[in-house]
Ligand binder design. Structure first.
Ligand code: ADP
Ligand code: MG
Length: 239
């Protein structure tokens, strides 16, 4: 029997608040434009693209949408991957015709969330991502899921995200607050749009909690003890 992959949700309230806001943005865009297959790529490596893809896929699935998360990084060695353990057969094997579609779909510990790992990796990622087999996979995934989240390497480290740019419905670019400069955000955006990609938005990740709190002043209104006690006091006054 196929193993189940455990994927853990981030418990940080700042991260989860930000994720909720992104989910709302995606849902609104989905209603308007029918977005289904969304690719995540970073302006540079290490900005948190994989972390965000995982969190968003979990949130989409928890909302009740049938979701699949795909690790599209065929270059990073399996031993450095977070979720490859127990899911050795994945994208690279399917694209090289070594296994069937059913063999690469893994269940997870979340209802409505399936997972495709990158597999054992490939020496020719570009030709695999360009292949007819990739088109076949996209067609099958579109039939089977409400949301397809593809986690790709950053735009600056390889051309792989570019290859899929016009095959997906939308792209979310990830950058790191106070680390990724404006030029590199603009360049990444230009690279993907010139390949026919549709940028849905840009995420500023790795923001200090205090900065996040300053920008979105009441984001923790329902959880912050300071506000809870204030609400309880004023309720007592009027009852
Ligand atoms: N918002 C965040 N705050 C702090 N650390 C983060 C955040 N997002 C990601 N990280 C950390 O940054 C590192 C790189 O993240 P990862 O998702 O692998 O980036 P990428 O896929 O863009 O290379 C990981 O150690 C991850 O835990
Ligand atoms: Mg990554």
């Amino acid at each position: 029997m196929k193993k189940r992959i455990d994927i853990y949700r981030n418990t940080n309230q700042y991260v989860n608040d930000a994720i909720d806001r992104i989910i709302v943005g995606i849902h609104l865009k989905k209603q308007k434009g029918g977005y289904k297959m969304i690719m995540f790529s970073g302006c540079e490596p290490g900005v948190g693209t994989t972390t965000i893809s995982i969190s968003l896929a979990i949130s989409m699935a928890n909302t009740g949408w049938k979701t699949i998360l795909i690790d599209g990084d065929l270059r990073k060695m399996a031993k450095y991957k977070r979720l490859n353990l127990g899911a050795e057969t994945g994208l690279s094997e399917f694209l090289s015709n070594k296994c069937s579609y059913d063999e690469i779909i893994y269940d997870t510990n979340h209802d409505n969330l399936s997972y495709i790992s990158s597999g054992r990796g490939a020496s020719n990622p570009v030709s695999l991502l360009c292949s007819a087999r990739m088109e076949e996979l996209i067609e099958k995934l579109n039939e089977g899921y409400d949301y397809i989240v593809i986690d790709m390497p950053s735009v600056t480290t390889s051309i792989d995200a570019n290859v899929l740019a016009n095959k997906v419905d939308g792209i979310i670019l990830v950058s790191a607050y106070a680390k990724t400069d404006k030029t590199s955000i603009r360049e990444s955006k230009d690279i993907l749009t010139s390949s026919g990609g549709n940028i849905m938005g840009i995420i500023l990740n790795k923001m200090e909690a205090s900065t996040y709190g300053n920008i979105l002043k009441n984001f923790d209104y329902y959880k912050n003890q300071r506000y809870v006690s204030k609400r309880t006091r004023s309720k007592a006054k009027y009852s």
